[in-house]
Ligand binder design. Structure first.
Ligand SMILES: CC(C)(COP(=O)(O)OP(=O)(O)OC[C@H]1O[C@@H](n2cnc3c(N)ncnc32)[C@H](O)[C@@H]1OP(=O)(O)O)[C@@H](O)C(=O)NCCC(=O)NCCS
Length: 231
């Protein structure tokens, strides 16, 4: 699917409401959105992407650090996870459910995830602010195949090369651990992520599965790539 333009955004279905204090509002404002969040803005890159991308990419490349995730990162990670999750899934999940997803819910997920020793997590940090994270692990006990289980970029920083830098860092870690392949599952309607994965040389596999998220059944498609491959 090609990238949506501003006209597509303007034709979007009714907006969802976000509380004034919601950090997602601040994130969206930083990428040029004023007013209400449109439901299918999901695939639309920021209107500012086309103007400011080269400058922001250079700035991010210069100052971005990739490092391991620590316990003290949990509040920031939860904030990004929530904002990015809402952006990605709002066309599929009823507004009532999205509006009630608290940061505490995501903090609890990450408290649990950090205790799971089988997963590794990296964060992208820019001037002491976390702007994205990725989690990966061995896939079902395989010594050759790994899996990316979680990958979210702050909506205010998406579309500026952060995801690509972060996923390449994950490939490097996985290669160093001896893995040859990496796979992941992506929700069928998440076109933005699908375009991203194709851009970094993932190929769609002949496998899909159903998952339940907040009582809603979603279909996920499997993508895979060899780890040692140019990006
Ligand atoms: C999907 C996601 C991780 C990508 O990260 P990102 O930082 O936005 O992506 P990048 O800027 O590094 O993009 C790298 C390349 O992917 C492709 N790409 C990225 N966004 C795209 C879009 N909206 N449409 C088409 N291609 C896109 C481009 O080829 C891009 O290269 P270019 O900027 O030189 O053209 C991020 O947008 C995100 O967090 N989305 C919401 C959460 C989510 O869906 N996570 C994945 C769950 S499986």
């Amino acid at each position: 699917m090609s990238r949506l333009n501003l006209i597509d955004v303007a034709r979007a279905p009714p907006p969802i409401k976000l509380n004034r204090a919601d950090p997602l509002r601040a994130s969206l404002r930083s990428v040029g959105w004023h007013g209400k969040l449109q439901k299918n803005a999901i695939s639309a890159p920021s209107p500012l992407r086309f103007i400011s991308q080269p400058v922001m990419c250079l700035e991010l490349k210069r100052f971005m650090k990739i490092r391991r995730f620590t316990k003290t990162d949990i509040p920031q990670i939860a904030q990004i996870h929530r904002a990015s999750w809402i952006m990605a899934y709002k066309p599929l999940i009823p507004d009532k459910i999205l509006e009630n997803l608290s940061e505490l819910h995501f903090q609890n997920i990450w408290k649990k995830n950090l205790n799971n020793q089988s997963h590794s997590h990296l964060v992208a940090e820019h001037k002491n602010q976390i702007i994205g994270f990725i989690s990966f692990s061995q896939y079902e006990g395989s010594t050759e195949t790994s899996e990316i289980s979680s990958f979210y970029i702050d909506p205010g920083s998406a579309g500026h090369g952060v995801g690509k830098t972060l996923i390449i860092s994950a490939f490097n870690k996985l290669a160093a651990l001896g893995f040859r392949k990496v796979l992941l599952w992506v929700v069928r309607e998440n076109q933005r992520a699908i375009e991203f994965y194709k851009a970094v040389k993932f190929k769609q596999m002949n496998a899909e599965r159903k998952i339940l998220r907040h009582g809603i059944e979603l279909t996920q498609l499997q993508f895979s790539r060899n780890i040692v491959e140019s990006t």
